[in-house]
Write a protein that binds this ligand. Sequence first.
Ligand code: SAH
Length: 289
Amino acid sequence: MGLGPTKRIGEWLGTAERATGFARLDAEAFPAFEPGWVWLTGAGPGAPGLMSLMCYHALQTCDVVVYDALVNPDILRWVKVGAELEYAGKRGGKPSPTQKDITHRLIDLARAGKRVLRLKGGDPFMFGRGGEECQHLALAGIPFRIVPGITSGIGGLAYAGVPATHRDTNHSVIFLTGHDATGNMPASVNWAAVAKASPVIVMYMALKHLGEIAAALMAGGRDGGDCVAIVSNASMPHQQTAETTLAEAGAFVASADPPTPAIVVVGGAADWRSLLDWYKGAIRDNPIG
Ligand code: SAH
């Protein structure tokens, strides 16, 4: 028996709605990507199938894509034929363009009348400097749209069988970054407060300083036996997860050297992995996710 009234998609549908697969979307009135606009868009954590419909629409209608290192190159297969691709990440040996360079480039491209798709990994507003880019676009009078994406700290963890919240584990979750603009462990974070504030702590960019962070959390009263899961390349066929404890996390990273990008989760949410880990075996053969 169903949980409520059951309906079946009926005969009253028009021809377009009866189309199957992605063809049905062709009849939908997606917002027009106007020349001179910048769409600041999240591509999701990696697996191409995790992008939003709005992101796909933007890939299909843009003139230029300015993309970051964390964007899975497989996603760029879905860009409209003829669109230009501009890489805004680090290039072998050479320093990466500064945030200022990138912002200026976006403004120049928009002023030249291009439809500019600024494509970022995960969600553009989660530790992705999307806020800074938008701020400069706004100040320069460039019209923009923000297309949120699935962030690695939620969707990436889901691919490792870690629910960011679970009623038996945690009623709150903290997201934080393990390094600040200077590359150091962020001094503005009140580590003692974080240690006590939430049973689950999700950390981006945290591998480099994980030992120091773990020490600060333990000094703040966090149990050294707390589970720490490190999920590398989440949602990608080469995803891998390592588990350690807070007390051993620093030494573990130094010896095992887990691949990056990696998301770190501290606390009981990681205990669900033993039951919920689902992204394994033949499932991983599908590059869409
Ligand atoms: N805006 C992005 C985060 C950018 S900061 C988002 O919402 O996901 C970069 C950090 O994100 C990396 O250092 C890593 O901690 C995390 N990250 C991004 N993609 C990841 C992936 N596929 N697997 C694991 N961690 C990832």
